[in-house]
Design a binder for this molecule. Structure first.
Ligand code: SF4
Length: 411
């Protein structure tokens, strides 16, 4: 059995139903019968398809997060060590076409300041990690950070949009001990940033980098994606001049006054289900390696920059897992037995190229469409066409879905 959607929207009810049936002595089949009709429950082979993703929406306040998620426990052995994670927003209004979070969590919602404060007062953690998509879009971010600092609670932020970085926020982050600032560049050229709908103005990027230099940030990290459908060497030719402007704005690698060093973290595009890229081919290993070479060339003349890349073969594996179907099952079983993914794929013998290398036709039915995420397929297709035409699309309006209705997320 699977529960599809947001846990607050009914998982507790499903678990209570299972417990009640089990305590009454029901066998496995009867326990599943007891919850089969509940929203979000997916019993493969039994539940009519597609299964609706359930969402915890307050119809009177659809732009607010009804119940912000948070860590169930804090541990020195957790991936985010000794940190109490809280959810500031869910979904994202920008609609970057490569980003699953921007589509599968629609509609975008933000936490109430009072709810997060109450959570912190209840738990009294030593350190808080703010989790979300576009954290700087939350209008209460600065008041919340100031409040945390006032009660001597440490904090850290997942990542920051360049256009949301202000001197006041930078001050708060530096006071909290921030030494590395991470900004997403995403694509090497303006043309591709527009096509992927990044909504990033160069002025904003350079202003953020200059702020980092002025406020003594030690290290800047930039995310860059390569392997875009239709990318050309001209797209990479635009990267060198852009990085040179960034280096100048932040004083990167020039000495004591400025950012000491910068990292370009480069990953290939992995087309994801339920995004406009679900129809796109993935770049071949050779094309990814060529793109890495062009990035290294662009960085070569600059001081203080280093490039980190993900192995192309690992990204292709991610791509296979992202858009694979049930025929991958034997391969996953082999991998789970401890043979490792690479060896399992080699032994599997399936046609990796069929999953990764072809552009999919408009009417192809995808295996993941057994789930209805609540976002219209037509919208995703239109966004894919707009990518190919190099056209951006507007972000979700601040008034939310009732004033928009473009993707049907609230219908
Ligand atoms: S209906 Fe409009 S506001 Fe709501 S998630 Fe879709 S695009 Fe965003």
């Amino acid at each position: 059995m699977l529960f599809v959607g947001e846990a607050e929207a009914g998982l507790a009810d499903v678990l209570a139903g299972l417990r009640q049936a089990a305590l009454a002595g029901a066998d496995k089949a009867a326990c599943l019968d007891a919850v089969a009709g509940k929203p979000g429950v997916f019993l493969p082979g039994r539940t009519p398809l597609p299964v609706q993703r359930v969402r915890a929406l307050d119809p009177n306040a659809p732009t607010l997060l009804a119940t912000p998620a948070h860590s169930g426990f804090v541990s020195g052995h957790a991936a985010f060590r000794d940190m109490f994670l809280i959810e500031v927003n869910r979904g994202c209004p920008y609609g970057c076409r490569f980003c699953a979070a921007g589509y599968i969590y629609r509609p975008p919602r933000q936490a109430r300041l009072a709810d997060l404060k109450a959570l912190i007062e209840d738990v009294s953690p030593r350190k808080v990690g703010l989790v979300g998509t576009a954290l700087t879009d939350w209008p209460d971010l600065l008041p919340f950070l100031t409040w945390l600092r006032g009660r001597k609670t440490k904090f850290s932020l997942a990542s920051i949009r360049a256009d949301g970085l202000t001197p006041e926020l930078m001050t708060a982050l530096r006071q909290a001990g921030l030494r590395t600032l991470t900004l997403a560049l995403e694509a090497p050229s303006e043309r591709l940033r527009r096509a992927c709908n990044k909504h990033l103005a160069m002025d904003d990027l350079l202003r953020a980098v200059a702020l980092a230099g002025k406020f003594g940030v030690n290290h800047l990290k930039f995310y860059l994606i390569v392997g875009w459908p239709g990318e050309t060497p001209e797209d990479y030719a635009a990267l060198g001049p852009l990085l040179a402007s960034v280096a100048e704005a932040g004083g990167i690698g020039v000495g004591k006054r400025g950012v000491a060093h910068a990292t370009l973290s480069v990953n290939p595009l992995v087309p994801k289900p339920f995004t406009p890229m679900q129809w796109a081919p993935m770049a071949s290993e050779a094309a990814i390696e060529t793109a890495y070479g062009l990035v290294r060339e662009a960085v070569k003349p600059l001081k203080g920059f280093r490039v980190e890349v993900e192995p192309a073969s690992m990204s292709r594996l991610q791509g296979l897992l992202a858009r694979g179907d049930e025929r991958l099952f034997p391969m996953l079983v082999t991998a789970a037995r401890g043979d490792g993914l690479r060896r399992a794929v080699a032994a599997w013998g399936g046609d990796v190229g069929w999953y990764l290398d072809r552009e999919r036709p408009a009417d192809e039915v995808f295996p993941w469409e057994m789930i209805d995420i609540g976002v219209a397929r037509d919208l995703l297709w239109r966004e894919w066409q707009r990518y190919r035409q190099g056209q951006g699309s507007a972000k979700c309006p601040p008034d939310g879905c009732p004033a928009c209705g473009r993707c049907g997320a609230l219908l």
